[in-house]
Design a protein. Structure first.
Length: 95
């Protein structure tokens, strides 16, 4: 049985966007390859400004863990699990 392909990008944006000073610069990208789109696990990269990264991650990762929990609540509705990685634009010059 093939699993449904869902995209949680906009749901992640709705959760992370209000935590940033400049939500228009927020970049959320799904990292899975084309042949992996129907798999149970989904991987997302969340990239924001350097000054917003601290807000998004929070002290001791409290905010990032809460974001992961909220996204996984939605993903479990579709029998999926989501993995989020947080970076700033300054960490990788490819953006």
């Amino acid at each position: 049985m093939e699993m449904e392909n869902i995209d949680l990008t906009e749901k992640i944006r709705a959760i992370v966007g209000p935590l940033t000073k400049r939500p228009e610069t927020l970049l959320i990208r799904r990292l899975d390859k084309e042949e992996m789109l129907t798999q149970r696990e989904q991987h997302y990269l969340v990239v924001c400004d350097d000054e917003d990264l601290g807000r998004v991650i929070g002290r001791h990762g409290i905010n990032s863990n809460a974001i992961r929990t909220l996204v996984n609540v939605v993903a479990r509705k579709y029998k999926k699990s989501a993995y989020l990685t947080f970076e700033s634009f300054g960490q990788n010059e490819d953006w």
